[in-house]
Design a protein around this ligand. Structure first.
Ligand SMILES: [Zn+2]
Length: 147
């Protein structure tokens, strides 16, 4: 059989009453959903968790809205970018998020975390910068390749 290369995984529909993917133990509607609907995360750690949830739930517009212009993935071609995020979200099983370190600051902050997927895990140190009072994901470094 030829493997079907189409994105045949249905879009993940966020359900307000299920536990939030970020692992807080709180229902989605009381955790990351308000951010996905436009509330502003108070710090970079909250932003990081809400971005993880957004990936897990296919909230691709939130990913784009919280990515800094200087990020390597940033592109004006949002149609392609949205499709790429949604494909990644649809094909990936997001199992667990673990926060190792959070270094806060006024204009710059770092979060080191491990994300466990259905087929592996990754460790990333994310850099966030604040612009006009709004935290944005700037870039990531990968201190250890555990894939
Ligand atoms: Zn959450």
């Amino acid at each position: 059989m030829i493997k079907n290369l189409c994105y045949d995984t249905p879009m993940k529909k966020p359900s307000p009453n299920t536990p939030c993917p970020c692992g807080s133990g709180t229902k989605y509607k009381k955790c990351c959903q308000p951010y996905h609907r436009g509330a502003r995360p108070a710090d970079a750690l909250v932003l990081m968790k809400s971005r993880y949830s957004a990936y897990a739930l296919g909230q691709s517009r939130y990913i784009i809205a919280t990515t800094h212009l200087d990020n390597p993935d940033y592109t004006e071609d949002t149609t392609t970018w949205l499709a790429e995020i949604e494909a990644f979200s649809g094909q990936t099983e997001f199992r667990r998020l673990e926060i190792f370190e959070f270094v806060d600051g006024d204009e710059e902050a770092f979060v080191t975390f491990r994300a466990t997927f259905g087929d592996g895990a990754m460790v990333e140190q994310s850099r966030f910068v604040r612009e006009g009072g709004k935290w944005l994901y700037h870039s990531g470094e990968f201190p250890e390749n555990s894939g």
